[in-house]
Design a protein around this ligand. Sequence first.
Ligand code: GUN
Length: 282
Amino acid sequence: MAIIIDGNELSRKKREDIKEQAASFATRYSRPAGLAVVLVGEDPASAIYVRNKKKACENTGIRSFDYHLDVATGREELLSLVKQLNGDPEVDGILVQLPLPAHLDSQEILLAIDPGKDVDGFHPYNMGRLLTGEPTLVPCTPAGIMCMFREYQVELKGKDAVVVGRSNIVGKPMALLLMMEHATVTICHSRTRDLDRKVKAADIVVAAIGKPDLIRGSWIRDGAVVIDVGMNRTDAGLKGDVEFEEAKNHASLITPVPGGVGPMTITMLLDNTLRAAKSHVS
Ligand code: GUN
């Protein structure tokens, strides 16, 4: 039976540490670290994420600047806000919540963010740094997963890792971080053939494809480590990408949904904001 990774507890511990660092930062530089959160439109899931991010900032001593724009906001207006935030010395981090309404080109907006304030790590500069093995600001979800591996002393060197999902937000940066720790990485996605065979061979499985219970519990090799990034709203409630009840009989370590990866993502956003703040004063 697997040990269940407690993302809430790990998050609480990390946030205590970040809170102390945020307080010394504020004392030393006579201002708190600041995060600007930009939400365009009324997507209910995004509104919840943004609310949780702001709350986490307040509880940690990071100042949050809240920009909630109308769904009809135009490209120029949003670009001009990003430019204003780039130049604001009280703003250390800028987060534009995705997805943006369809009339806005998210790649163009992300490109406009100062890479030094890109606390999501989505700017091509930060992505490129990660690709070349010199990471700066790293995307929060994969960074949080690496933190879990460290905390639970998961050895990655020489291990076979399978990442299911190839998004810029999770799958791609996750694969790069695992490779940096000397894992042998296979990236699978919606067109992958024989997904079951690939998962069955994995020591580490990171599921980030957004399909409830896609990864059957019986596919999990005995002793494997299973990280479930899925957040799928179904009639039966919130579900991960992994069939948890069966998978936990095979895995040595597994994350639950909710209470696994989710809280760590926000914790790493706070961590990135503080990192960015420190780089702005040094
Ligand atoms: N939408 C879903 N996840 C994320 C995230 O980590 N950052 C932003 N900005 N938008 C998201």
